[in-house]
Design a protein around this ligand. Structure first.
Ligand SMILES: [Zn+2]
Length: 340
């Protein structure tokens, strides 16, 4: 029902419903879903984004040779803007340990540092608020969410913009992007007061395949383990986003139940910049800003806006309009929150 409502509400979009519900890939019709599933069972992720294709070599996560990661560090800005360091050099068997600065106050059992408490919101509450159901959130809050990182080319630049404007966001990390080269960037996200959330380990679209209801929890746990290796054993995150978004799929009830039993909340969005639509998406900054403003009207009115943006490799237009997205909400007196 939710999908149908959104379709009707989103009639002003030439790209229609899938334009809104497409989180991280392109799809032209719901009927393609099964085709997608079949494809993603193979090792060739033809449907994945450019970022995903660049991640294929990192499936072994942190237990990879540092020499195999050099392509990820081609951007010189990546390392210069990272304050942390890797204390143990990567090898085929080593564990990534990135030492936090002494000024950071780690908060056990959460996905953010202690100083972020004042703007951290329960994902479950935000989830409810997004439906238009009144919650304890009685003022306007925007949650900028960045999917498909972490990487060394886009993520540090997104972090720089957020820092410049003094706002915070939530990063939905794909577990297989975490490796010795990207670990300092993940550390920087965390140390800078942003929220760290989980966007699967493989970014495959197989979570609603028959008999596969355990995959979401399994990939959640796999990614959390990779995060703990970088951020410490006390780090935890109970915030999950399905690849493509929950709204794009049917048959996730069993997966949802398994996540919920562990206290994990799945999180979609109710605003987007259209940066995962490929050839059917906005191609100019102005078009992307218009898309964003229009997307808000396609969802139930609430006190929260959860904005889908991508910090995947190549999302240059998203980065270019980020200041204007931030200003859009600042001008409307939104608080900037993180999901916890
Ligand atoms: Zn994604």
């Amino acid at each position: 029902m939710k999908r149908v409502k959104l379709l009707l509400a989103g009639a002003l979009f030439s790209v229609g419903l899938m334009g809104l519900s497409t989180g991280c890939f392109n799809r032209t019709a719901q009927g393609n879903i099964y085709v997608k599933q079949e494809k993603t069972k193979s090792s060739d992720h033809k449907d994945a984004t450019k970022a995903d294709s660049s991640k294929k070599s990192h499936k072994s996560s942190i237990a990879v040779s540092s020499s195999s990661q050099t392509s990820q560090s081609s951007s010189s800005e990546s390392s210069t803007s990272v304050s942390s360091h890797i204390s143990s050099q990567a090898s085929a068997t080593s564990t990534v340990v990135v030492t936090p600065p002494p000024t950071i106050s780690v908060q056990s059992g959460t996905n953010h540092i202690a100083s972020a408490n004042s703007y951290a919101y329960s994902a479950a509450t935000v989830h409810t608020e997004m439906t238009g159901t009144p919650t304890t959130i009685n003022h306007k809050v925007v949650f900028l969410t960045f999917d498909d990182g972490v990487n060394t080319s886009m993520t540090p630049r997104v972090l720089s913009v957020l820092q410049k404007y003094g706002v915070h966001a939530t990063f939905f990390i794909v577990g297989n992007t975490i490796n010795p080269t990207t670990a300092p960037v993940l550390r920087q996200e965390y140390d800078s007061g942003h929220g760290i959330a989980i966007h699967s380990f493989t970014h495959q679209y197989h979570f609603n395949a028959p008999g596969n209801s355990g995959a979401a929890l399994q990939e959640y746990q796999q990614t959390l383990a990779a995060m703990k290796n970088v951020l410490g054993a006390n780090f935890d995150s109970k915030v999950w986003r399905y690849p493509g978004g929950h709204m794009s799929w049917r048959g996730l009830a069993d997966s949802d139940a398994k996540l919920n039993a562990q206290g994990i909340t799945w999180m979609d969005w109710n605003a987007a910049v259209g940066d995962a639509l490929g050839s059917s998406g906005p191609k100019t900054a102005q078009a992307m800003l218009q898309y964003h403003a229009a997307s808000i009207t396609a969802f139930p009115q609430s006190n929260v806006e959860v904005v889908l943006i991508h910090d995947a490799v190549g999302k240059e237009l998203s980065l270019a309009i980020l200041p204007q997205i931030i200003q859009y909400y600042q001008q409307r007196q939104y608080q900037f929150g993180i999901l916890s």
